[in-house]
Design a binder for this molecule. Structure first.
Ligand SMILES: [Cu+2]
Length: 118
């Protein structure tokens, strides 16, 4: 009996919390974030985005780079002046490098759409 009562309390409290979540969070529009490849570095090297956002790498160096996160995404070669876009479909922390310059490192942190920091 005690267990049953406790379960009832938990269910009630969840029911009380849920309705207030919905209307207060308007649908978030996907944003576009730009990472510049310049001086053999990703700028910013660390970026937090939301699932569904667009991330665009732009190569401003006078030689090619890549944005490569093993098993997740790979831009292949981004030529001088070119760009490449990736839209993360799942949350997670995605370290990536340039395949040509192993010292060139970045990390893309992907949060749920509702959690994204502005
Ligand atoms: Cu590079």
């Amino acid at each position: 009996m005690r267990t049953r009562a406790a379960a009832g309390v938990v269910l009630l409290s969840i029911g009380a919390v849920l309705p207030s979540c919905g209307p207060e969070q308007p649908a978030r529009k996907p944003e576009t974030h730009t990472i510049v490849m310049e001086g053999v570095a990703f700028q910013p090297a660390s970026l937090t985005v939301a699932v569904g956002d667009s991330v665009v790498w732009v190569n401003k160096d006078p030689f090619p780079h890549t944005a490569t996160s093993k098993g997740v995404f790979d831009s292949k070669e981004i030529s001088v002046g070119k760009s490449w876009q990736f839209t993360p479909g799942a949350t997670g922390e995605l370290p990536y490098v340039c395949a040509y310059h192993p010292t060139m490192k970045g990390v893309l942190r992907v949060t749920a759409a509702g959690d994204a920091r502005r």
